[in-house]
Design a protein around this ligand. Structure first.
Ligand SMILES: [Zn+2]
Length: 98
């Protein structure tokens, strides 16, 4: 988790569209209790939620593979906890008839 502390991320969850805080950029801080990380507004330090475990795992994997991101990674709740640019969408699985 330490490799994610201080990382700048872009929040594009449903709630960020409804109630944006500044430019929806957040910094990852150490979590509390069961939470792996906290998201706080990069501008005003307001609490913006908790870092989803799945997002933390994906971020860690991406950083391990490609190094620190050049652009803030996007945290979204659609279709998964983290959307990587360019988004990779699952293709429809056919039923095996062909
Ligand atoms: Zn703010």
């Amino acid at each position: 988790m330490t490799e994610l502390l201080g990382l700048l991320v872009r929040l594009e969850r449903e709630t960020d569209w409804r109630k944006p805080c500044h430019d929806n950029l957040a910094i990852i801080y150490e979590g509390a209790g069961p939470h792996i990380g906290e998201l706080r507004c990069a501008r005003c330090d307001a609490h913006r939620g908790w870092l989803p475990k799945q997002a933390a795992r994906t971020l860690r994997d991406v950083i391990a593979l490609y190094g620190p991101p050049q652009e803030p990674p996007v945290i979204s709740n659609y279709p998964t906890a983290l959307v990587i640019d360019p988004p990779v969408l699952l293709e429809n699985v056919n039923d095996g008839d062909q």
